[in-house]
Design a protein around this ligand. Structure first.
Ligand code: NAD
Ligand code: XAI
Ligand code: MG
Ligand code: MG
Length: 329
């Protein structure tokens, strides 16, 4: 079994008096900046322009700097802008201004694994990859818990890159849950696989397909929404709390039998073959090349699909239902 590092295994002093530049103040950037500051670390937020993120960081009590000024005397530089943006940010606003030997830190291995960024040979390069969306990284920290994270070292010039990665993971609250060592390759490939096949892609398409099937066959959209989307969270909560058997114990015997037998005919060998194909495209770099091209063309596919989703029945019905059921009585 993999070694799981917890708070008591980690010494935060490795990063205690270091100046940490958090580049980006979005999903992960905000969570990292706030959690690290609350853990007593010296954080500066670096941004490219005085836009929404700048305003948000100021509202949270930071004094953001332009990237080049934030990295000038930083000991640790954390790349928390979108993956497709990191290379240009590195070339134009970090590399020419950073202190020699400053650490380069990532929350996902994409740019290093697919060789978009070629880091200087005298820098420690490591990763802390929280296994959760940014707002949850912050929410769990505030409530005294944490989300798990993976840590990996790509370059260890100082000899203490791993200890620094663990220290940052602890300051993020991740070692309250558990931190596992991995490689940039393993993190990148499994993270992309997870988000494409289940967490983002798979779940979304299962929800859409089951909703459409019910509605096309004459059932009320609101009934379909409750059945395939709202209750999904409640069932996943049971799996999260206690595992698959725990969830099966909470549902009826009818649901157990139906789920066990029919589930396999939905997620059949054909679906499993598609999963292997998706993994293969990640491993041979085909997905990364396609995504780079999509990004360079202005993300037409992403914009088109989001527009279609915004106008879809499940979103319209869901928006109305959520207004009702989440309204405080
Ligand atoms: N979103 C997540 O929950 C999550 C989870 C784990 C790992 N990660 C990784 O964390 C990193 C950051 O992802 P994110 O989703 O938090 O990013 P994000 O999309 O939330 O980043 C937004 C921030 O980047 C800045 N930004 C956007 N475009 C820019 C540009 N062209 N130049 C400079 N700055 C720009 C914005 O001003 C904002 O401050 C990525 O490597 C991602 O893979 C994200
Ligand atoms: C939150 C996720 C999906 O786990 C992350 O990997 C991301 O890229 O946003
Ligand atoms: Mg990801
Ligand atoms: Mg992920």
């Amino acid at each position: 079994m993999a070694k799981i590092y917890r708070d008591e295994d980690i010494n935060i002093d490795y990063v205690k008096n270091k100046k940490i530049a958090i580049l980006g103040y979005g999903s992960q950037g905000r969570a990292w900046a706030l959690n690290l500051r609350d853990s007593g670390l010296n954080v500066v937020v670096g941004l490219e322009r005085k836009g929404e993120s700048w305003k948000k960081a100021e509202e949270d009590g930071f004094k953001p700097l332009f990237t080049k000024d934030a990295v000038r005397d930083a000991d640790i530089i954390v790349f928390l802008v979108p993956d497709m943006v990191q290379k240009n940010l590195w070339i134009n606003s970090v590399k020419p201004y950073m202190k020699r030997g400053a650490d380069m830190v990532f929350a996902h291995g994409f740019n290093i694994h697919y060789k978009l960024i070629d880091p200087p040979h005298d820098s420690d390069v490591y990763m802390i990859a929280p296994k959760a969306p940014g707002p949850i990284v912050r929410r769990m920290f505030e409530s005294g818990y944490g989300v798990p994270a993976l840590v990996a070292v790509y370059q260890n010039v100082s000899g203490s890159a791993f200890e620094k990665a663990l220290a940052i993971a602890k300051a993020l609250g991740c070692a309250r849950a558990g931190v596992i060592e991995t490689t940039f390759k393993e993190e990148t490939e499994t993270d992309l696989f997870g988000e494409q096949v289940i967490l983002v892609g798979g779940v979304m398409e299962l929800i859409k397909a089951s909703f459409e099937t019910l509605v096309k066959n004459g059932y009320q959209p609101e009934v379909a929404y409750f059945e395939v989307l709202n209750e999904l969270k409640l069932i996943v909560d049971l799996i999260y709390e206690g595992g698959l058997v725990h969830m099966l114990k909470a549902v009826s015997d009818t649901a157990k039998y139906g789920g066990i037998t029919v589930g396999k005919t939905i997620i059949d060998d054909h679906v499993k073959m598609n999963m292997v194909k998706a993994l293969e495209r990640i491993r041979n770099g085909e997905f990364a090349r396609e995504w780079l091209k999509e990004y360079e063309n202005g993300m037409p596919t992403v914009h088109k699909e989001l527009e279609e989703l915004r106008n879809s029945l499940i979103e319209k019905v869901g928006n109305e239902i959520r207004k009702m059921i989440f309204k405080k009585a």
